[in-house]
Design a protein around this ligand. Structure first.
Ligand code: SAM
Length: 223
């Protein structure tokens, strides 16, 4: 796996592209990104849940989660970038779920929340740019309550060798244009979550052949 970018360059890139992120990501993924967000929310969030969206970006998944959790729940949108969260605030202001949202900035590899704080924790495409994706996934696992679920969508390695070779070439080019790649690469956090005791509820590949996404839902043991 390619080494991730550091926090400072990533923050700078995100601040620059925040205004066009939704359009850019949707086009590059042929809109399969939104399908991943919908699947994650559907399989992870229940009515009344207090939810953490880690690496929430412009809030596309967090707003879906806020609709699903309903008036009795809440969604904390947590991200490195104030500018990305600024876009989320703008979107939330046009939505009747605004009062269920909390916004917080920080590093998802060191979440500022106590163990077992949330009913559900989600991450859509935010583990892929992390400098330490395993640590980010373990932090999500730490802050979800026993019996709660974490739902993840992340870039994955294509299964077919020829497609994988092509995808490597595309990634090589994209990494030369950081505003395009946003430091994202294929990751695999399933092993570390299983080792932590997580029970896999859903493990599915979606997306376009050159840029597949893995949707992973894991339940925390020990309720
Ligand atoms: C590809 S975007 C995904 C955003 C959103 N979840 C979505 O579904 O579109 C990656 C997001 O992860 C955030 N991010 C990257 N590294 C982070 C870190 N260490 N802690 C918190 N957020 C981080 C970026 O600021 C960016 O908003």
């Amino acid at each position: 796996m390619r080494k991730g970018l550091g926090i400072a360059p990533l923050k700078l890139i995100c601040s620059r592209i925040a205004g066009r992120y939704d359009l850019q990501h949707g086009l590059l993924t042929a809109k399969s990104d939104q399908r991943g967000r919908r699947m994650v929310v559907e399989k992870t969030v229940r009515a009344g849940d207090d939810v953490l969206d880690a690496g929430a970006g412009t809030g596309s998944a967090g707003l879906l989660a806020a609709r699903k959790t309903g008036a009795g729940g809440s969604v904390t949108l947590f991200d490195l970038s104030d500018e990305m969260l600024g876009q989320a605030r703008t979107k939330a202001a046009m939505d009747d779920v605004e009062t269920r949202l909390v916004f917080e900035t920080g590093d998802m590899c060191q979440l500022p929340f106590a163990d077992d704080s949330f009913d559900a924790v989600i991450s859509t495409y935010s583990l892929c740019p992390l400098y330490d994706p395993d640590q980010g996934a373990l932090e999500m696992y730490r802050v979800v309550k026993p019996g709660g679920r974490i739902g993840i969508a992340h870039s994955a390695v294509p299964a077919k060798p020829l497609v994988r070779w092509l995808a490597d070439g595309v990634e090589e080019i994209a990494w030369k244009i950081p505003s395009l790649s946003m430091g994202c690469r294929a990751v695999d956090v399933a092993p570390v979550l299983k080792k932590a005791g997580g029970h896999v509820i859903l493990d599915m590949m979606i997306g376009v052949p050159l840029w597949p996404f893995r949707v992973l839902v894991v339940e925390k043991s020990g309720e």
